[in-house]
Ligand binder design. Structure first.
Ligand code: APR
Length: 227
């Protein structure tokens, strides 16, 4: 079976009703990155940061995977599919995809701020985290999210997976945040690379087939025309 690697960003979940970060009306117009998504923000006002992620989790229960997520799960009938997502939601999982690497962490997990950095699953019944919620060893729990300015622990795995791709598909990312945006350069030279996004993405390497559509429509065109 040929291997398709799919790099997804916030646009993948836009049709489910989760706003992207940098589109007009996006999350980073409503919140300042420096207030909620950096280690400095955590040190300055952890309660605000925890509340921000509690709200993101609450929203997750109000939305469903869209046709695009489902199309990617469906693709496993014909291809080995590896998803590398920058998204912290769980919509790929809920749509039924089997192989998902979360580059920027996961909303439904928290981890200890102690030296062991143990990771714990949250549940829909108990998804909020507050100041004073501690791991069994007594350290405050924090969101299991890669904040701006933090290392991306899964990047080497993602780079290796990308080198194994026979086909690379990029969906719904502005490709502005590194190191994720650089993954495209790990693909073997000459493999087919597709980019699905309704807006124009500039500064793309040569040879990419751009499908300028939303995730669902774009994946329909990709599967009908090219796969
Ligand atoms: N289908 C596909 N793509 C869409 C759709 C849609 N329906 N709607 C919008 N998009 C596209 C936008 O055109 C844009 O190119 O999704 C992209 C979203 O870009 P960003 O908001 O920058 O999100 P992303 O690239 O995932 O951000 C990367 O930045 O804020 C951090 O850690 C956060 O993982 C995130 C990272």
């Amino acid at each position: 079976m040929k291997k398709i690697v799919v790099l997804t960003g916030a646009g993948m979940s836009a049709e489910s009703g989760i706003s992207t970060f940098r589109d007009s009306g996006g999350l980073w117009e409503k919140y300042k990155i420096d207030d909620v998504a950096t280690p400095q923000a955590w040190r300055k006002n952890p309660a605000l940061v925890l509340d921000f992620y509690n709200q993101r989790r609450k929203q997750l229960f109000e939305v469903e995977p869209n046709m695009g997520h489902r199309a990617l799960a469906e693709l496993e009938k014909k291809y080995e599919v590896q998803i590398i997502t920058q998204n912290v939601d769980n919509l790929h999982e809920r749509a039924g995809s089997s192989n998902i690497l979360h580059l920027h962490g996961e909303l439904m997990k928290v981890r200890s701020t102690g030296p062991g950095e143990e990771v714990y699953n949250l549940t829909p019944d108990n998804y909020e985290t507050h100041l004073g919620d501690k791991c069994p060893k007594g350290f405050q729990l924090r969101p299991h999210i890669v904040w701006f300015g933090e290392a991306v622990p899964e990047i080497e795995k993602a780079e290796h997976l990308t080198t194994q791709a026979d086909i690379l598909v990029i969906i719904g990312t502005s490709l502005q945040v590194y190191p994720a945006a650089g993954l495209i350069h790990n693909a073997k030279p000459g493999i087919p690379v597709f980019l699905i996004d309704p807006h124009e993405i500039t500064h793309l390497p040569d040879g990419i087939t751009v499908i300028q559509k939303g995730a669902s429509e774009g994946l329909k065109e990709l599967t009908e025309k090219y796969l």
